[in-house]
Design a protein around this ligand. Structure first.
Ligand code: GLC
Length: 621
């Protein structure tokens, strides 16, 4: 190793070494073998740091000097399944021109590591952190893809499924074969009474498809904790080797060129009797320790929390107190996403308005992942505290919104479907592609209803206005409808989330090439939003502030002194006086969808969007 790299490593150790030791000591310091274990971990981190390839080390250096590089860059994300988007990892590389045309510079590929054979929850049951799913290619293909993406200015984001492994992962297999250390990797109760004691305060993620949180495994002689599917075994982070293994698995992937890690199901990592076992204080210590490992070995990487919980409970994932800004740089704003869909159903902007008003600014060097749709359902529970604090009955109010989006209300334009709800009164989640939920036609060649196009623009414009990294979902750029592939019928019946997991449609891609129908319209609309967001005057570093626009359907959001966006969720046109909102009456719209200029006033049609962006960012000369 060169003297420079050595000096750099020593500097990093001065900066983050103490934090790592503190965090790990608070989790595991009481154990007799702590010092020895820590020594081994530090040695392993040192080896990984030495093995870091030169081009990635160069990226680390650049990013260390500009910790909010991803905010400044105004990244645009795109999320896709490898097989459904490109077939294989090499096929994904073939899609780079499509991503580049859209302006994407952050690609989240859903799990691509070797998954359990048979059902694997879309790859979220990982059988090996060091092998690629054979149908998608090899580790060499992964390295080739990350290099090609980097060349095109695109950062690859990979899931790091932290909470569980597949029941055929080597750790689970060793545990079943009687290996005591590997048994300690999991939560196993010989006696059902202990499981029942926990069940009393636990929720259920899949109440229909996988009820309960424990699975009886004869080979383990007891009940294994399985929050998700019975084949996904929760890891026990109270056992230090679990942390050490996962940290090294992450850094090995980072050394292969993964630049962002989506920390899957982060809230579930620590169990405590008598609680719902979500967001426990130790979860944040584990994540902050993981961040310290990244800072030591691969400081250019970003950590992103997948914490689908109410917004107040998401904030700590950015790091709080003396760890402020020291945990995940990114976190999903699922409350904003769910509240926007509820607003569309209600024809009223109250929920996103209230939600954004109670969303604090994120710490420096951190920001929100915003999105309209993803591979999962719209999880309604994240809105419970908001709805209840506004004095509403959660079940009634959100039940109505969900019924609307699921097309169970006369006059609804939406074609979603309920997820894991036994009857029409139970609410859990809603499924559906964005296009189906806003009422765009399934046939890509049909000319879309302008009102449905405005709804599509409205939902995406909100995500692009608010987020540090807005994330598009594969197929939405083409306005693709729900997954109607006959080959997926069985999967959809077993787990309704497959409704929003179609293959990239060849017909829609062809329509885009010919500049026809829905795909041409949605693609152009997104490109316009992306271009407006990348204008020099877009205040990427300014916090979003809610402004009272004096109409229940209107959501008005300011960013900095000169930038304002109006999102109209109401079903009647509304006239707005820009001067009353503190803007020059002649301010020109950077995005103007469904807006008519009528002298001093702007008339916003139902579902209209207006973005006003100054020429320059505040503070620029
Ligand atoms: C995350 C994923 C979801 C998966 C679950 C279990 O929530 O987004 O698709 O089922 O984790 O891994």
């Amino acid at each position: 190793m060169s003297a420079d790299r050595q000096a750099e490593g020593a500097q990093r150790f001065d900066r983050a070494g103490e934090a790592l030791v503190d965090r790990l000591a608070s989790l595991y310091g009481e154990r007799g073998d702590f010092a020895e274990w820590l020594g081994d971990l530090c040695q392993a981190l040192g080896t990984l740091a030495v093995a870091r390839p030169h081009d990635l080390a160069a990226l680390d250096r650049q990013r260390e000097s500009r910790p909010d590089w991803f905010i400044e860059q105004r990244m645009l994300g795109y999320s896709a399944y490898v097989d459904r988007f490109g077939g294989t990892l090499a096929g994904v590389a073939g899609r780079i021109p499509h991503l580049a045309r859209l302006g994407v510079d952050y690609l989240h590929l859903l799990p691509f590591l070797r998954a359990r054979s048979g059902d694997s929850d879309g790859g979220f049951a990982v059988a090996s952190f060091d092998e690629v799913e054979p149908a998608y290619g090899s580790m060499a293909d992964l390295e080739a893809l990350t290099a090609q993406l980097r060349e095109a200015g695109i950062s690859l984001c990979s899931d790091l499924v932290l909470n569980h492994v597949a029941d055929d992962h080597a750790w689970a297999r060793a545990a079943m074969a009687g290996d005591a250390d590997k048994r300690a990797f999991f939560h196993v109760f010989a006696d059902r009474a202990r499981a029942d004691a926990y069940e009393a305060t636990l929720g259920e993620v899949f109440p229909q498809a996988a009820p309960g949180n424990f699975t009886h495994v004869p080979a383990m002689g007891g009940w294994v904790w399985t929050t998700f599917y019975p084949f996904q075994w929760d890891l026990n982070y109270a056992h230090p080797p679990v942390f050490a293994e996962m940290a090294q698995a992450m850094l090995r992937l980072a050394n292969r060129g993964v630049e962002v890690f989506r920390l899957d199901s982060a809230p579930f990592l620590w169990k405590r009797p008598g609680t719902n076992c979500l967001n426990q204080p130790e979860v944040h210590v584990v994540l902050a320790a993981l961040r310290a490992c990244a800072t030591l070995v691969a400081p250019g990487v970003l950590l992103k929390a997948e914490a689908i919980v109410p917004v107040e409970q998401v904030m700590p994932y950015f790091g709080e107190g003396d760890r402020r800004g020291q945990e995940c740089q990114l976190a999903y704003h699922s409350g904003l996403m769910a509240s926007a869909w509820a607003a569309l159903a209600e024809g009223d902007a109250a929920l996103p308005r209230q939600l954004l008003a109670r969303t604090p600014a994120t710490p420096p060097g951190t920001g929100w992942i915003t999105y309209v749709r993803c591979h999962d359902d719209i999880v309604w529970n994240v809105l419970r505290p908001l709805v209840e604090s506004a004095g509403g009955d959660f079940h009634q109010r959100i039940g109505r919104a969900a019924a609307f989006l699921e097309g169970r209300v006369p006059g609804s334009f939406a074609r979603g479907a309920a997820f894991q709800a036994g009857d029409d009164d139970a609410i859990h989640g809603s499924n559906g592609m964005a296009a189906a939920l806003v009422g765009l036609p399934d046939d890509p060649h049909v000319a879309p209803d302008p009102a449905a196009v405005r709804r599509f623009v409205l939902m995406h414009a909100l995500a692009l206005w608010v987020g540090a990294v807005p994330l598009l979902y594969m197929g939405d750029e083409l306005g693709q409808g729900n997954n109607a592939d006959p080959a997926d019928r069985g999967r959809i019946a077993a787990d309704g989330r497959w409704l929003q997991r179609p293959h990239l449609s060849a017909a829609a891609m062809a329509a885009l090439e010919q500049q026809r129908g829905v795909p041409a319209t949605t693609f152009a609309a997104l490109r316009a939003l992306v271009a407006a967001r990348r204008r020099p005057g877009f205040p990427a570093r300014e916090a979003v502030q809610v402004v009272d626009a004096g109409h229940p359907g209107l959501l008005a959001l300011r960013r900095g002194p000169g930038a304002l966006a109006l999102f109209h969720f109401g079903r009647e046109p509304v006239a707005v006086d820009l001067a009353a909102l503190g803007l020059p009456a002649d301010a020109r719209g950077a995005i103007s969808s469904g807006v008519e200029d009528t002298g001093r006033l702007r008339t916003l049609a139902p579902w209209a969007t207006l973005w006003i962006i100054p020429e320059r960012e505040p503070g620029d000369a």
